[in-house]
Design a protein around this ligand. Structure first.
Ligand code: NAD
Length: 294
């Protein structure tokens, strides 16, 4: 299948590589020359522009930071929806506002282009391993078309509902993840302040009722888990500013439906303060620095 892939960052890079390795003809593009070079070095064809990448593509996948990037890529004059051939399937895996996903899906439908939102969970480890969880918003029929492509990048594919529903599921999950990472950080920091070995404490909690994804796969303290971003200077992974964006989306949504999300609101404020302190580009697990002694 000829697939265009736009956005080759921490997540999009390995996802595009998995499609290439599965034998698809991938034509990839990113605004960052370094991101393009990294994929080119692994044999993926790099297009000169997003417009060039989508020429002749049967499927277009995008993995961009936020709503404004997706909106400017697809909509408006010179936007990709004006260039993609009718009948093409567009899979946007970026985490963005559900309203933006619906807007792009409606504009696509008006041109005979199916657009589904398919944000992911699983982190960079899941992107590299092809074990991501996809949360899809769109019709059953469009998901059925997307499934063979999604299966090459992920292990779990859920149909959350109509257009935008994938995004709503995603922000619920990430609000919980943001809260869990702060709670896990507090507990580890408290134990360490009492002289406990953080590795031993982490293992005790992992196997006890406080066990969670952060303790399983993403310990926030450097040196506890070799593969976690914490042990790599909080480089790569899921940036604090991206988590802040997701918690903002959750709060906007909560206001719209009058939901009470006190811990989600507090978590957003804590990540905002962490970002203001100059840690926005670091992996979000670096939030442990806010509660660590010293
Ligand atoms: P990233 O910042 O590493 O990568 C985004 C890439 O998009 C960058 O390389 C940037 O140059 C490129 N880009 C931006 N605008 C572009 C445009 N118009 N055309 C081409 N390229 C463009 O971000 P990431 O960590 O890969 O995350 C991407 C999305 O996935 C975000 O919405 C994020 O919230 C979500 N997400 C990330 C993780 C994670 O662990 N990193 C996990 C789940 C979901």
């Amino acid at each position: 299948m000829k697939i265009a892939f736009i956005g080759l960052g921490n997540m999009g890079g390995p996802m595009a590589l998995n499609l290439h390795k599965a034998g698809h003809a991938v034509s990839a593009f990113d605004l960052s020359a370094a991101a393009c070079d990294a994929l080119r070095a692994q044999g993926v064809a790099i297009a000169a522009s997003a417009s060039a990448a989508v020429g002749g593509a049967e499927v277009v996948v995008s993995m961009l930071p936020a709503s404004q990037h997706v909106e400017s890529l697809y909509l408006g004059e010179g936007g990709l929806l004006a260039q993609i051939a009718p009948g093409t399937l567009v899979i946007d895996s970026s985490t963005i506002a559900a309203a933006t996903s619906r807007k792009v899906a409606e504009a696509g439908a008006a041109r005979g282009i199916a657009v589904i939102d398919a944000p992911v969970s699983g982190g960079t480890g899941g992107a590299i391993g092809g074990t991501l969880t996809f949360m899809v918003g769109g019709s059953e029929a469009d998901l059925a078309r997307a499934r063979p492509v999604l299966e090459k990048m992920g292990a779990n594919i859920f149909h959350a509902g109509g257009p935008g529903a994938g995004q709503t599921a995603k922000i619920c999950n990430n609000m919980l993840l943001g809260i869990l990472m702060i709670g896990t950080s507090e507990a580890i920091a408290l134990g360490a302040a009492n002289g406990l070995d953080p590795k031993v404490l982490s293992e005790i909690m992992r196997r006890s009722s406080g066990g969670n994804w952060a303790l399983e796969k993403y310990n926030p303290l450097p040196g506890v888990m070799e593969t976690a971003p914490a042990s790599k200077g909080y480089a790569g992974g899921f940036g604090t500013d991206l988590m802040l964006k997701d918690l903002g989306l959750a709060q906007e949504n909560a206001m719209a439906v009058k939901a009470s999300t006190p811990l989600g609101g507090l978590a957003r404020s804590l990540y905002a303060a962490h970002s203001l302190a100059g840690h926005g580009a670091l992996d979000f697990s670096s939030v442990i620095r806010m509660v660590q002694k010293g």
